[in-house]
Design a binder for this molecule. Structure first.
Ligand code: DMJ
Length: 611
């Protein structure tokens, strides 16, 4: 029996016997028929079974976009592969995006005239080899594509000069203190050698991940990765702020995924993103500010019925990227709708009030207009979303350009003495002008330069350069060479001094905005003065903020002999301030190319897509 079976098996080895590949001669129909007749019934049954099995295997393994047999209803289906779900780009098609009566289309020709023709629609973005596209390569857009980073990660050389090495040493010093006294907690309190928890998410570790990666600190990256993989959990019964957790945690996880190629970071990002989604379940789609990650219940801030405008409009880069990495459109859908909604609201020459109600979807009347706290990154994400999507969503660019015209017209003034240009605030729905500028506003010159780099009006660059001088003066005029949180400007004629600082505003939180702008300006202009300014500021941090166990925010920048240390090192010092300084001092001007990456509001680089 065994012998018979062996013989039959050999006789059924069709591919080798039917076609002689070398001679390219096949069997004739007759010989095939003769061969068939010589088979026993058993042998024929085996052939039938093999053919049937081959058919089933083909049906099973064919890509799901191909017609498939549905045994339950006996019909042919066209199934959608999960990796090929159409992302919500149709939602953002500029024509659909603009409500007819508020359409900017009418103004398009005038606006287009402001755009640099030579640089419009730049295309370099991510090189094809930088991206491994799973699924079919699509035509000219990202519909149906899922982006994956290079498997071995992006390569960085580590520090190449003394200034960079000094920044790395500062990072290590901060990291050492954090490890010793606050490991796994949100923030280090370096004076008392304790910690501070805000969301219980190990914020400093997570926020610093990509800085560590870019600096080439392998050991630190390994220990941080290990903590994220094993100890970062999102099921704690605690409210978190949607915006803060999105820019610091989601942004960093995604960035770390893109840079390192380590899928674990994406898995964590998906878990977190899913838990944040209930924020969008409001009547208007404008998100509530807070959510409990365990119960997934979202609500407005405890202190107000409204969300901050900058917060609800500074989550789109991250949620879009999460969709592009997973092929699941729900994240991008939810967040992009918010931008579209805000686009449709009435504004005053592109400028927005700082509060918006999640249920009604309306701005709070008479609230302040500012490029500082609660307003700032609304403008930043208009531009950066436009860049992230390959300059394909016109309304984002148009709203940005309109807003900057509004800023120039309504918010800028000059000091009486030295004619420094600054950006003030409008109170009571625009009735009163306040000559006050938050340090936060110093992000704007960098963002303007980024816009010009992408073809926006040259006059934005003049505004950027003037604001750089003013922001620099905000540092240089203090005896500590550190800027206060808020500066007031003197616009009355026949007065002396350009700026003043109130006691309650004299603190410095180790914020990044000015060094962020220095990096953009240096990258885009090549002017080394910006590097030198950054070096002066870095030295001031070394002198007045460095303590035995890390770096501390200080309470008074006006008094070098008593800076009143506040015993707090926020995660953005490692995530942003030190990262931007490190990038600023790089010998390689394209260490992080502005044509490949767009940095989120917390300095986490995300890829630029082509749509
Ligand atoms: C950071 O968390 C982000 O840059 C945010 O957009 C504004 N404030 C801080 C840093 O100052």
């Amino acid at each position: 029996m065994l012998g018979q079976f062996r013989k039959e098996y050999v006789a059924l080895n069709l591919p080798n016997t039917i076609v002689d590949a070398n001679s390219n001669r096949g069997w004739s129909k007759r010989s095939l028929w003769r061969w068939w007749n010589q088979l026993s019934r058993f042998q024929r049954s085996v052939v039938y079974i093999l053919i049937l099995a081959a058919c089933f295997a083909a049906l099973y393994f064919l890509p799901a976009t191909h017609p498939s047999w549905n045994p339950s209803n006996g019909k042919l289906n066209i199934a959608l592969d999960r990796n090929h779900v159409t992302p919500p780009l149709s939602l953002l098609s500029p024509k659909k995006a603009q409500p007819p009566d508020n359409s900017l289309d009418k103004e398009q020709p005038a606006k287009e005239a402001h755009i640099n023709n030579n640089t419009q629609k730049k295309q370099p973005m991510l090189d094809k080899e930088d991206l491994v596209l799973s699924g079919e390569t699509a035509n000219n857009n990202n519909v149906g594509q899922v982006h994956s980073p290079p498997r071995d990660g992006v390569k960085f050389s580590g520090s190449t000069n003394e200034r960079q090495a000094a920044v790395v040493a500062a990072f290590r010093h901060a990291w050492k203190g954090y490890k010793k006294y606050a490991w796994g907690h949100d923030h280090l309190k370096p004076i008392t050698g304790t910690f501070h928890d805000w969301f219980n998410l190990g914020l400093t570790i997570v926020d610093a991940l990509d800085t560590i990666y870019i600096m080439g600190l392998k050991e630190e990256f390994a220990e941080a990765r290990e903590w994220v993989a094993n100890s970062l959990h999102f099921d704690g019964n605690r409210d978190v702020n949607l915006f803060e957790v999105t820019i610091r945690v989601l942004g960093s996880l995604l960035s770390s995924y893109h840079l390192s190629g380590d899928r674990m970071f994406l898995d964590k990002a998906v878990d977190l993103g899913t838990r944040l989604l209930p924020c969008f379940d409001s009547d208007s789609g404008v998100p509530y500010s807070d959510v409990n990650l365990a119960t997934r219940k979202a609500h407005s801030p405890k202190w107000s019925p409204d969300s901050s405008t900058s917060e609800v409009t500074t989550i789109q880069l991250e949620f879009r990227d999460l969709s592009r990495c997973t092929g699941d459109p729900k994240f991008e859908d939810s967040a992009a709708k918010v931008s579209l909604h805000v686009h449709g609201l009435e504004k005053s020459e592109g400028l927005v009030p700082i509060f918006i109600n999640a249920n009604t979807g309306h701005f709070r009347s008479y609230s302040t207009i500012t490029l500082g706290a609660r307003g700032d990154s609304y403008y930043e994400y208009l531009l950066k979303q436009w860049i992230q999507t390959g300059q394909t969503i016109d309304y984002l660019r148009d709203d940005f350009v309109e807003a900057i015209s509004g800023v120039m017209k309504h918010l800028t003034r000059r000091t009486a003495q030295n004619k420094y240009l600054f950006i003030g605030e409008l109170l009571a729905g625009g009735r009163d002008f306040k000559p006050k500028m938050d340090h936060l506003t110093c992000y704007l010159p960098g963002t303007l330069a980024l816009g010009v780099h992408n073809g926006l009006p040259q006059e934005h660059m003049q505004l950027a350069e003037e604001l750089m001088t003013t922001c620099y003066q905000m540092y240089a005029q203090q005896p500590t060479f550190l800027a206060p949180e808020i500066t007031y400007f003197n616009i009355q004629e026949r007065t002396t001094g350009d700026m003043s600082v109130k006691t309650n505003d004299a603190h410095n939180l180790l914020r990044p905005e000015f060094v962020e702008s220095l990096w953009y300006m240096y990258q885009i202009t090549g002017n080394k003065t910006y590097q030198d300014w950054g070096w002066q500021i870095f030295q001031a941090f070394e002198k007045y903020a460095k303590v035995v166990n890390g770096y501390t925010s200080i309470g008074n920048v006006r008094n070098p002999v008593n800076t009143r240390p506040r015993d707090m090192m926020e995660s953005f010092f490692l995530s942003e301030t030190l990262k931007y300084l490190y990038l600023l001092f790089s010998d390689d001007p394209h260490i992080l190319s502005l044509d490949k990456y767009v940095l989120n509001s917390e300095a986490h680089p995300l890829p630029i897509y082509d749509t």
